[in-house]
Design a protein around this ligand. Structure first.
Ligand code: AMP
Length: 401
């Protein structure tokens, strides 16, 4: 994008403005909008006109009782005022992303002006990747920039299919997308070693491809969170009432064997904070993770696990973190996740490259106020997970085949 000239051009920018709002339609977290600002401002400062494309929620799946689209809830119009403040311009709005209103407002748009088009997901063609819809969108601009990393794993009309209507020198990644891709590559393709990954969260089944791919690349793999108990039971441990996926025990054994074969240092939590119910007020004890009494469940990693995980993290030069170490939403079981976040912050201070990618660990670092103390926090949960799994993202190949 840095090499493109935007002067006098209409630039279609696909952003991810899928922001949370309260019942009065006030934006409660504008991180995603702010993340796209460098791209938008770069184009405006280069005398280009910006036409913004985004989705908001899943309007076709959450229709009104009579089957019509709930436009009031899912309209991007709610974003116009805030976006105007952030960009310092009077942002214009078209009430449909294709059709005559969008065409005439796009045609009239002047350099340094911004036009926000209505939710692309009001049309069925968006999620179906309809070439016809993509062409109509493409016709609105001269250049296409994709800065919507959060939806780069979808082959939708406005995220991937549209790119084919622009010559290679008329399409590019925005700055956010570029940063996400570069940081993922820095971690997975050419890391400074040792490379250590920490994977947590509830289920092994959600992370099979991730774990399998990581074992090809990492020097150390740390497993925490609910998914650790499937591994512990697979090795013959007693895990009481802890989360387990009984149909994944063989898979867990295969992953452990693969780690041995690849000489990957593989750490499971040696001890756990266990509780007699799934509640912040439950009775709590610390026990070895392989000796959890019946009726008790492991809800966080224990103090020995915290210190062995921290030790391995501090030896690494590149660190990837995906998924919490326990039920961090409850303060009684947040210590493991907090200590891993702090270890990442310390490793970063010591010069390591640290990437937090994947939904709940991102929530955790934000909640713990440590987001600025790690090298990079990904904005795309599902997209980052697929990238780390080694998949090719449709939104990426569409720009860079
Ligand atoms: P995921 O979306 O797979 O990353 O899982 C995140 C969720 O896993 C969070 O909501 C955590 O509360 C939950 N979690 C983490 N550790 C445990 C555990 N030991 N038992 C049950 N749930 C857990």
């Amino acid at each position: 994008m840095k090499n493109l000239s935007f002067a006098g051009k209409k630039v279609l920018v696909r952003v991810d403005f899928n922001v949370p709002m309260n019942t009065d339609f006030q934006i409660t977290d504008d991180t995603r909008i702010r993340a796209a600002l460098p791209t938008i401002m770069h184009i405006l400062n280069g005398e280009g006109a910006v036409i913004l494309l985004s989705h908001l929620g899943r309007p076709l799946k959450k229709r009104l009782p009579d089957g019509s689209i709930n436009r009031e809830t899912f309209t991007l119009k709610h974003l116009v005022n805030h976006l105007s403040e952030l960009t310092g311009t009077d942002v214009k709005f078209a009430s449909d992303c294709i059709g005559s209103e969008a065409q005439s407002k796009a045609a009239q748009l002047q350099p340094r002006e911004v036009l926000l088009l209505e939710n692309t997901r009001f049309h069925e063609g968006e999620e179906k990747g309809d070439p016809d819809m993509a062409k109509k969108l493409a016709d609105l601009g001269d250049i296409y920039i994709n800065d919507a990393f959060g939806t780069a794993h979808r082959a939708h009309a406005s995220t991937a299919i549209i790119a084919q209507y622009f010559a290679p020198d008329k399409r590019a990644f925005g700055f956010l997308m570029d940063a996400e891709l570069n940081n993922a590559a820095k971690t997975m393709d050419h890391p400074e070693r040792p490379l250590v990954a920490i994977v947590g969260g509830a289920k092994v089944s959600d992370k099979i491809l991730l774990l399998d791919n990581l074992l090809e690349k990492v020097d150390g793999l740390i497993i925490g969170g609910g998914m650790a108990y499937t591994f512990i039971q697979a090795q013959g441990g007693e895990i009481g009432n802890s989360l387990v996926e009984a149909d994944r025990l063989d898979l867990a054994r295969e992953l452990i064997a693969k780690a041995k074969r690849k000489h990957v240092e593989f750490l499971l939590p040696v001890d756990s904070v266990i509780a007699d119910s799934f509640s912040n007020d439950a009775n709590i004890q610390v026990v070895p993770s392989a000796e959890i009494p019946t009726k008790w469940m492991g809800l966080d990693i224990g103090p020995e696990a915290r210190s062995s995980f921290t030790k391995l993290i501090l030896q690494a030069r590149t660190i990837l973190w995906n998924g919490p170490m326990g039920v961090f939403e409850m303060p009684a079981f947040a210590k493991g996740t907090l200590q891993v976040a702090q270890a990442l912050a310390q490793a970063t201070k010591q010069g390591a490259f640290t990437l937090v990618g994947g939904g709940d660990s991102v929530t955790a670092v934000n909640q713990m106020g440590l987001a600025d103390e790690v090298s990079f926090v990904s904005t795309g949960g599902g997209a980052m997970l697929e990238l780390l799994e080694g998949k090719v993202l449709p939104g990426v190949v569409a720009i860079r085949p």
